[in-house]
Design a binder for this molecule. Sequence first.
Ligand code: GLU
Length: 479
Amino acid sequence: MKDEVRVRIAPSPTGFFHMGSARTALYNWFFARHNNGKFVLRVEDTDVVRSSAQMIDVILDGLKWLGIDWDEGPFFQSERISVYQKYVQILIDKGCAYYCYCNPNDLEQERQAAYKRKEDWQYDRRCLGLSESRRQEKEEQKVPRVVRFLVPDEPVSYCDLVHGEIKREAKDIEDLIILRSNGVPTYNLACVVDDHEMNISHVIRAVDHITNTPKQILLLNALALPVPKYAHLPLILGEDKSKLSKRHGAASLMEYRKQGYLPEAVLNYLALLGWSPGNDQEMMSIETLIKEFDLGRINPSNAVFDGQKLEWMNGQYIYAMSDEELCERLTPFILEFGLLKRDEILARRTWLLKVCGLIKLRLKTFADIKDVAGYFFVEDFEYEDDGVKKHCNAETIEILEGFLSHLDTVKPYDAQAIEQAVRNYAQAGGIKAGRIIHPLRFSVTGKQGGPGLFETMELVGKEKCLKRMRRFVDGFKKE
Ligand code: GLU
């Protein structure tokens, strides 16, 4: 049982699910599944002001959307306050922690003043030396008190599974507060207690926490508890090389969901953002990722988030889908954009499947359906500006108008017959087929490019194609 891999994620509910937290979750989950271990979900919600049930849902929804399941939890730190207090008391009893009655504002002022002088500042342990009578006095006066950890005078070192040997001198570590004056523990204490009580074997988390690790190891040592292994994941940077944040517009996992990204593509992309299978393989299934995942191949240098690459990968996933699956997964977007009503989706399923097959290659995200293929569904689509300039001239309009009556006689109205009609018309008029094909596409779709024109026209339907061409021709004449 001792050797069992047990990992956890410990998100703080801050209102949105950062892509970095999603990747941390993913790597923990891969590692747990690869090793037949357990994946624990713990919500670090002791900051009551900043946490809410709604924010917790954001995290749970994000994990579920990615398909990450957990074996234990969610455990909520806010429900375990007395457990942490018990450990704080053990530290006090052992002489490893002490009460501090200093006014936080005074300390902050000292810190600021030192900062201005460009000097380092650390709490100077003035309350450690308080006599028992002075302490009693403060207690009687009900001076708010916190509990500080007495950092032992010994260097800490450990071997990070990503960054190698890490050493920190004790003198660089301040006597950290472990219990606030309101009785709520701070992050480091609660984290250490939970990692122990939840039997965590490997702590895999973002590198932002690497400076906390020596403090946590010292706390574990003071409590005579075993120390887990640590792996700190590189940061995810935006393209400007600063830490990926809301400012980049790419930091929120659920934003990708809204934009019509596939969870499996996001998962695949995130998996490779800081880790590689050791070869050039990019499109990897969840099963393969779990099989291949290895902490040893995490790249310690920070990773740059490449939105275009993610979009490309998403497009690849869409392209690989069956028409049926695409149809199903596009449905919420078709409804949201009002392209079809629910009963129409059912009634026109065969037609919709054909549209899906035709446009698959062109969708980078599900939400693209509106801009890339809206003309299959609605009449009030926009015409691309460039195309208007190119095709709105008397000569082209004349060619188009001439073709109207030919198209009207096409029977059966299918791609093959439409193509034949176009070619016959071009031949009879002594013009190249392109001179009809391009304006024809533009008048029927508003676009200069797209899937096969004849298949498109078949799916748009004869009546609508004729109407659209007529409208285009008449529009030009009016101007
Ligand atoms: N609550 C911390 C965070 O969201 C977790 C740190 C940890 O994994 O220890 O960053």
